[in-house]
Design a protein around this ligand. Structure first.
Ligand SMILES: [Zn+2]
Length: 214
């Protein structure tokens, strides 16, 4: 993908998040690997105002040497660290979607109440330990939690998803929000039954050939 195509796709994905109601204002942010660094949404610009040239390039050699007329997102640390440390992913997507964030506020993992929990590669969507937004401690907590998972909740904050491309990262983010909504709704009508470890093993095996291929 060309640099311009990536810049355009980052903006299109931001707008899509807004359209889907999984993010609002400037609270979410997106990054994509490009050459020896990352392209990331700028800090404090609303998505509908974003132009391809507003997306900031940050080289892996130094966070301070970013190229762009705006500063990179205040959440640069976890985007940068994840893409630098995990060569298997190309994108990081972050939002504050309501239901998933509500579970994160309760510092709960999303349990295996539905087979789709396997979308993030495991038997739950784990919740990372709390740290102040924009800190390297938050980044460390996320990296520790994402071990083997492609998505996690951030305590009292929001959601993060990672993938090989933005289409997949967005798909996972939508599923995570749906899962949280289902769990919270089910709690209101009764006691959600959680699938057993054995059943989840079967489901995770099936997941190897399920979902978005590209
Ligand atoms: Zn955030």
């Amino acid at each position: 993908m060309s640099e311009l195509a990536i810049r355009k796709e980052i903006i299109a994905t931001c707008l899509k998040m807004e359209e889907l109601g999984i993010n609002q204002g400037t609270s979410g942010n997106i990054s994509h690997r490009f050459e020896e660094g990352i392209l990331i949404t700028p800090s404090g610009i609303s998505y509908d105002m974003l132009k391809p040239e507003d997306i900031v390039f940050v080289p892996f050699s130094s966070k301070k040497d970013y190229i762009g007329k705006y500063a990179p997102s205040s959440e640069l640390d976890f985007h940068f660290d994840l893409l630098k440390e995990k060569p298997e992913i190309n994108c990081v997507l972050h939002n504050h979607s309501t239901y998933a964030t509500s579970m994160a506020i309760c510092r709960m993992d999303i349990p295996a109440h539905h087979y789709m929990v396997g979308v993030a590669g495991g038997k739950k969507i784990p919740c990372a330990e709390y740290a102040t937004f924009g800190t390297s401690q938050l980044s460390k907590n996320i990296i520790k939690t994402l071990d083997g998972y492609s998505a996690c909740l951030l305590a009292n904050h929001g959601v993060i998803t990672t993938a090989i491309n933005l289409k997949k990262a967005l798909w996972i983010a939508i599923e995570v929000e749906n899962l949280a909504k289902q769990y919270i709704t089910a709690k209101q009508v009764g006691n959600p039954v959680i699938l057993s470890d054995k059943e989840m093993d079967k489901i995770l095996e099936k997941f190897k050939s399920y979902g978005l291929k590209k």
